[in-house]
Design a protein around this ligand. Structure first.
Ligand code: AKB
Length: 312
């Protein structure tokens, strides 16, 4: 990786990934792109709608990019509300990014998700290679994307790599339209109101990871020796699994009076119910040394400290 182009660079992952990569590879070597105008950009930025294949190709070529980080996508809850838009954006954007990378001989990264699993997948310690019959449009997009990335590697020798991210938690940019977003909102509300009403039901476990671990995982996978990668795409990665009671208990170690109540959203609860309780990341650990630094309590301590400063 020397000259990197990022799509969806203003999104939850993209905004922090841009900063991290600029820190490692140099500000001028990372081109951030997004469908909307970026504010406070400290490096190269271009407007890009990822369904515009020609513009994507031209931007990558003019920048001399050798790596594509394709992050632009609609998340699970929004995709369920607008399935056709999700198909067109998630699949159209992905195939354009793969084609641009193939034509220009770039290395390629895109995230899959725990959403790529479905109700018939083993729910606990979900294996790397297992049954994948998701029942959401987002999940259909993610499984198709995993297969498409494998296909581009096998057919064209394109160096595609990827992980299945769990819910990602960060104090910098907020997610939008995801099922796991409650695990970010809860920290904001804990500081602002000392209470939170969860749209996810008690006892619903999902995998999660703190953003610094997610960003490091991307860099580590992209820098990994290709000879050691058996899977290449869609590696299970996770740092913790909890339900709303678990995260509330962790918050109460710092904010004693914190209260949790429930007003379950049937749409997002149905999505959560179709996903695993916990996934097994042993393939990522074995093939490229994945390791998360933050468990739930370490993440909570850092989130609350950083958010208190941000919201002050
Ligand atoms: C979502 O909730 O849609 C995402 C994901 C787990 O892929 N955070």
């Amino acid at each position: 990786m020397e000259r990197i182009m990022i799509t969806g660079a203003l999104g939850q992952i993209g905004s922090e990934l841009t900063e991290k990569l600029r820190g490692i590879y140099g500000v001028d070597n990372v081109l951030a792109t997004d469908i909307r105008q970026g504010e406070n950009q400290n490096g190269p930025f271009s407007i890009l709608d990822v369904t515009d294949a020609q513009k994507m190709h031209d931007l990558a070529k003019d920048f001399g990019a050798d790596t594509m980080m394709h992050m632009a996508a609609l998340l699970s809850a929004t995709a369920e509300e607008k399935p056709l838009l999700a198909w067109n954006l998630n699949m159209g954007g992905l195939v354009n990014a793969l084609e641009t990378s193939r034509e220009l001989g770039m290395q390629f990264f895109t995230p899959s998700s725990i959403g790529a699993f479905g109700p018939s997948t083993p729910k606990v310690n979900t294996p790397q290679d297992t049954l994948q019959r998701p029942t959401t449009m987002y999940g259909v997009n993610k499984v198709s994307g995993e297969l498409l990335c494998d296909y581009y590697f096998q057919k064209f020798g394109l160096d595609t790599r990827g992980v299945r991210f769990p819910g990602l938690i960060s104090y910098v940019a907020q997610p939008g339209g995801g099922t796991t977003d409650y695990a970010v909102d809860i920290y904001y509300k804990a500081i602002e109101e000392q209470r939170y009403t969860s749209y996810i039901a008690k006892g619903t476990y999902m995998d999660m990871m703190y953003m610094p671990d997610a960003l490091q995982a991307i860099v580590d996978l992209m820098e990994a020796d290709p000879a050691k990668l058996i899977h290449r795409n869609a590696f299970n990665v996770t740092a913790m699994s909890f339900d709303p009671e678990g995260i509330a208990a962790s918050i109460r170690k710092h904010i004693l009076e914190f209260q949790l109540s429930y007003e379950v959203d049937p749409a997002r609860q149905a999505i959560a119910n179709s996903w695993p309780d916990s996934i097994d990341a042993s393939a990522a650990k074995a093939e490229w040394g994945f390791k998360a630094q933050y468990d739930l309590d370490a993440m909570t301590a850092d989130m609350l400290e950083k958010l208190k400063k941000k919201l002050a």
